[in-house]
Structure formats: structure tokens, C-alpha cells
Design a protein around this ligand. Sequence first.
Ligand SMILES: C[S@@+](CC[C@H](N)C(=O)[O-])C[C@H]1O[C@@H](n2cnc3c(N)ncnc32)[C@H](O)[C@@H]1O
Length: 247
Amino acid sequence: MPEYDPVADLYDLEYTHDYDLPFWLALAGREAGPVVEWGAGTGRLAVPLAATGHDVTAVELSGEMVGRGREKGGAVGWVAGDIRDAKPGRRFGLAVCAFNSFLCLTSPDDALAFLRNAREHLVSGGLLGIEVSAFSPDELVDPPGGPQLRHDLTRPLPDGRLDRFSVSRYDAASQLLQMRLFYERYGPSNVLESKRAHDLTIRITGRDELLLMMRLAEFEVEAVYGGFEGEPFTSASDHLIVLARRG
Ligand SMILES: C[S@@+](CC[C@H](N)C(=O)[O-])C[C@H]1O[C@@H](n2cnc3c(N)ncnc32)[C@H](O)[C@@H]1O
């Protein structure tokens, strides 16, 4: 079962941010279309990109996430498939792989398969933008005594609230970060109504590994940023953004 199927109903409650949208909108305005988003989730970026007039295709593995994206309406062309081998049937001027969808590829072979597929689906001169979280060494080291439960977020709901807690363990050998997420949904008078646990695994990828993989997949790296304002990438950056072209 795709990892995101069991938590698709929570995705839009958890991830309400849109600080990254102006960056992708500006890129879509600058580059030729059409646009593809690889690993599009519920269309957090794809739907507003399409709403501003761009011709957008969204590729997503989880049928539940696709279903929620489709419910939002708009002109997004949804493709249920795996970004390693999905064939949307056309080529794009701009490809976006944002908010850690790339890190869901849990081996270098999977990452390369995606990059090669993404390249195949770009027109000559087309641009691929990848954005992932940049983790500091502190975030990847267990505290003394072992992994600890962390409070990640609280989201107010019309009839209560959603809390998320997590425990993470990082294996430096495989670069896999395994997260167990605990969701608690409270009703209007603070009564716990439901809870569930969910496991997610991502593969932490640093700047130079990502650049090397992009070169192996025959991309020409054009820019590396550490934030959505085009800041330089440093050891203090929270984000790693790479833009690369199909030559
Ligand atoms: C953290 S979400 C990001 C979604 C979206 N890019 C956003 O910005 O909100 C990662 C998404 O990538 C999808 N994904 C993971 N592996 C995938 C794969 N091999 N093929 C297609 N989608 C995948 C997941 O199902 C999930 O919806």
C-alpha cells in the first residue's frame, strides 16, 4: 500500500503552509510550460499553479492523495503513478519535485530512476526543480538515552484540534530516517476522539549527493539555493533547492 494512503485524510490539515508557492509560481511564469509536478500529494502546489493559468500535470503514487487532489477541482491533469516510471504521455517545459517527495525515494537507484524518468519527460532545455529539507547533524543524532517522543504540531479544527507527535530514528549507514507518527484528534471539549500511528521513511540526501545524481542523470545544474528567496545554501539552511536543465 502506498505510504501516504492511510494518512491522506490528514495531509491538508498537517501541511497548511504556502511560503514555497511564490517561488514555484515565479519559475512557472519564467519558464516555458507545460508544468509537471512529480509526487504532487493532494495538489498543495499543483492546484494553485493551475489556477494561475498554467497547464499542470500532477503525478502521485497514493490513490487516496490523488482522490483528495481531484476533489479540489481545478484544471490539474492527475496521473496516478510512480515517479520512477510513470509515463504521463507528454513532455514538459518545467518539472517540480517539491517538499521532500524526492526523499521518499529510499535508495540511490530509485532516485536515479526518477531523475532519468523526469529528464525523459522534459523538452530540450526544460528545467527540473527539486526541493528537499536540509537536516542539521543535530536532527539526525539520537539524544542520550535513545530516540524521544517529540511534539510536532497542533492544528485547530472547526470542532477541536489535531496533535501530531513523532519518534524518529536515523540510520547513518543507509541514510534512512524512520519516523513513527502519532496523531491525536480532540473534539470540542478537549475529549480525545481518535488516535492512530503511522510509519514513514525518507532517505536524507545532501547537496553534493543530489548534484552528483543529477549529473549522472545528464542534467546541467543551473542553480543551488538554501531558501525560497534564492538565498545561498549553507550549513544553516533549512531547505535545499536545485534547478537543473535537460541540455
Ligand atoms: C511530503 S509529500 C509532498 C507532496 C507535495 N509535493 C507537496 O508539496 O505538498 C510527498 C508525496 O510524494 C508521494 N510519493 C512518494 N513516493 C512516490 C513515488 N515513488 N511516486 C509518486 N509519488 C510518490 C507521496 O505519496 C506523497 O504524496
